[in-house]
Design a protein around this ligand. Structure first.
Ligand code: UDP
Ligand code: MG
Length: 333
């Protein structure tokens, strides 16, 4: 593949959680694609071990001893994929970074086209977009689709087919890292930035080894957090409900007074029960929405580091210096 201009450098940011079986596979596949198609692009792979309980870290360390272009960051515990991405971007010193999963579900064959769109076409963001969703059940697909519709309506930008598989120019990385918030939603924040984006379709592949680590509960909380991070809609909804309840109350008060005045008032026990349950539920839902935002404010105020790095391998002296600075800011090392 022909690339314009001077030599370019790229970092691959690879979050790793229990991917021991995939580390070597990933490196082999990536190096064969890069050597064959883009031999002039100088690249590093930054593996961020996000508190894996398997052998992942040993494999990363082993690889880093063998190959000069492997960097390993070892988190003290599992801080989540978002934290792993941020840590990798913080360490990136190259002209661009590509965030990619370790489990080979993001097709490495797409990498040359991403790099070409960045260098030859000048895009600062190149996003791989899922042309179809992974093999999910019908129910999951329906829920996901309904959620993304709602998200687009409320937040004003569409993340339905977005994935974390992205190339970001250094300029975008700097701006992304300068955002002060604790709670991060990588693909949402990049879409929110609004830069022109080159979109490349891909079909997510089956996992090479192991299982996806997302539980239903985690998926639900991911959906909820991403909505809370980009909109006040749940709080506005409380307002809508309160006016609705006021309207219903007026009608019922009028109706009750009328039946009382005309001597037709009956005991209405069922109505009272239903009304009570209904109003209490709405109040509880409202409280939940408010408490969710309070929890977010609390998290932001605490300002704790979003991840703690226990050790790192493969950083050269120059990177280490920059790394130390970065660690200080993030509150670790
Ligand atoms: N991952 C991570 N921390 C976590 C969960 C996942 O770093 O707490 C990594 C994982 O190793 C993989 C990527 O994030 O490289 C995507 O995870 P997974 O395959 O479980 O998600 P899915 O493909 O189902 O979206
Ligand atoms: Mg996966």
């Amino acid at each position: 593949m022909q690339l314009k201009g001077s030599p370019h450098t790229v970092d691959f940011i690879v979050p790793v959680y229990n991917e021991a079986m995939n580390i070597h596979l990933f490196e082999e596949k990536l190096s064969s694609v890069m050597n064959a198609e883009l031999p002039k692009v100088d690249y590093k792979i930054i593996f961020i071990n996000d508190g894996s309980s398997d052998d992942s870290w040993n494999r990363i360390e082993g690889l880093s001893e063998k190959l000069p272009n492997i960097i390993g960051i070892n988190f003290a515990r599992n801080f989540g994929k978002e934290a792993a991405i941020e840590s990798g971007l913080t360490q990136s010193q190259s002209d661009a970074a590509i965030v990619i999963d370790a489990d080979l579900q993001h097709p490495i064959d797409l990498v040359p086209s991403m790099i070409s769109a960045w260098i030859n076409e000048g895009y600062k963001i190149v996003s791989a977009v899922k042309s179809e969703r992974q093999s999910e059940s019908y129910v999951m697909r329906t829920f996901a689709s309904a959620y993304y519709h709602l998200f687009t309506k409320i937040c004003g930008f569409n993340i339905q087919k977005a994935s974390d598989f992205k190339l970001l120019d250094k300029e975008i990385i700097t701006k992304y890292l300068s955002m002060p918030e604790q709670e991060r939603f990588f693909r949402g924040l990049i879409a929110w930035m609004g830069y022109p984006e080159k979109k490349l379709d891909f079909r997510p592949l089956e996992r090479a080894e192991g299982e996806s680590s997302w539980s239903i509960f985690q998926l639900f909380s991911y959906a909820k957090n991403s909505l809370l991070a980009f909109s006040y809609a749940p709080l506005k909804l409380i307002g809508v409900f309160s006016y609705l309840m006021l309207l219903i109350s007026f009608i019922l008060v009028f109706h009750s007074l009328y039946t009382w005045a005309t001597g037709n008032a009956h005991e209405g026990f069922t109505t009272v029960i239903i009304l009570q349950l209904f109003t209490t539920s709405i109040i509880m839902v409202g409280l939940h929405a408010i408490s969710s935002y309070i929890a977010k404010i609390y998290d932001e105020l605490k300002g704790r580091p979003r991840f703690l790095v226990q050790q790192a391998v493969g950083l050269d002296d120059q990177t280490k210096k920059a790394g130390d600075l970065v660690y200080d800011q993030a509150g670790n090392m």
